[in-house]
Design a protein around this ligand. Structure first.
Ligand code: TXA
Ligand code: MG
Length: 347
């Protein structure tokens, strides 16, 4: 069977997406971060199919997508006041919170056996419409094969998961943020741990949490096997072509001998690079130079990241690949660097 692209403006097509979910078939849905591969939370069959379609190992849990606080009360055992504050500040939107799960309502398969569930309330109107029509939460990982680049366009999903048996993708336009949600764990009323930097910038998190809350960012660079959040594996978001992430473009030497076979990926327009970087990095004759933002906008860079990586991967010759320079860590630059670092980690 081939994969259909559903137009949510046509009521029958949206109804078909909901019907498939009811029948425990995974459906890919747009969110404001990246496209998700949705399965009904209440059905182990549906969840198992989501894992299978992605070829995702069962030790890597799924985020549960809900409409709002009512669902949270049902799915969790207790929420800290700090959870509530964060929910108020960022939902609906790209913040995922870990909370102790209600084992009666959240299958172990979804959380990979963990006593914590990851919850988020997406802002995308089409995802919300589907949640409302279905009447139950949807577990949804990013709609890519395990370890590969997340999809920010409906057609990327059709191409990647269609051949593996996905039946339907709901069209929702290009994803607005382009990087996944920020995942946080409330350690105490005074401490938050960021397990995955994402579409909610650290600066915004800091402002909402208040100055007496310490925010720790979990380092991902050398996380390998069995970290607490298993999806935080070092190697992830991987193109097929090799990717070299340059942590310190000021100090590093150009890392390839044949730049003519490689693409250079930078966060801003070349003329906005610091002059010393420009001198070093723009001198080689690269196959192409790709700028994630025409100006110097971290949110634009994030929105363009995965689409650009997919493109550079497609055009890379066998002897070449992608050299990516680290962006400034401000705003969504932190999330972009995290994805590029993991795209470049050894597989
Ligand atoms: O923006 C997003 O979060 C997107 C869209 C579709 O909502 N979803 C997404 O899901 O990025 P995924 O599965 O690609 O990445 C979520 C990561 C998992 O790899 C896992 O490590 C972590 O969230 N996670 C999920 N549930 C967890 C849990 N119960 N405990 C710890 N980590 C969890
Ligand atoms: Mg993912």
């Amino acid at each position: 069977m081939s994969c259909v692209l559903l137009d949510p403006q046509i009521p029958e097509q949206l109804a078909l997406a909901v019907e498939l979910l009811r029948r425990d078939q995974p459906v890919a849905l747009p969110t404001e971060t990246v496209y998700g591969l949705g399965g009904r939370l209440g059905s182990e069959e549906a969840l198992a199919r989501v894992f299978a379609l992605k070829a995702r190992p069962h030790f890597d849990p799924l985020i549960v997508h809900v409409l709002g606080s009512d669902d949270v009360a049902r799915l969790t055992l207790e929420l800290a006041p700090l959870h509530e504050r964060l929910i108020k500040a960022f939902w609906p939107g790209p913040l995922t919170l870990l909370a102790p799960k209600n084992p009666k309502r959240v299958p172990d398969l979804c959380t990979s056996g963990s006593p914590f569930v990851a919850l988020r309330s997406p802002e995308h109107p089409i995802f919300r419409q589907v949640l409302e029509a279905l009447g139950e939460p949807i577990a949804a990982p990013s709609a890519n094969r395990f370890g590969r680049i997340s999809p920010t366009r409906a057609l990327d999903v059709v191409r990647e998961l269609g051949p593996h048996g996905l039946e339907a993708v709901v069209e929702g336009g290009p994803a607005r943020f382009g990087v996944e949600s920020t995942i946080v764990r409330v350690v105490s009323e005074r401490e938050i741990e960021v397990l995955r930097p994402g579409a909610i910038a650290l600066e915004a998190l800091r402002e909402a949490a208040g100055s007496d809350v310490r925010i720790q960012v979990r380092a991902t660079a050398n996380a390998t096997e069995n970290p607490d959040a298993p999806g935080m594996l070092a190697s992830h978001y991987a193109p097929r072509a090799p990717l070299i992430f340059v942590e310190d473009p000021a100090a590093a030497a150009v890392p390839v001998e044949n730049p003519g076979a490689w693409s250079l990926l930078i966060g801003c327009a070349p003329e906005r690079l610091p002059p010393e970087w420009r001198e070093k990095w723009m001198r080689p004759k690269w196959a192409r130079v790709s700028c994630l933002s025409a100006g110097d906008s971290d949110s634009e860079a994030a929105a363009n990241l995965f689409r650009t990586l997919r493109h550079l991967d497609e055009v890379a010759p066998p002897e070449g690949g992608i050299v990516a320079l680290r962006l400034p860590d401000r705003g969504l630059g932190l999330a972009v660097n995290d994805r590029l670092r993991r795209a470049g980690a050894k597989r």
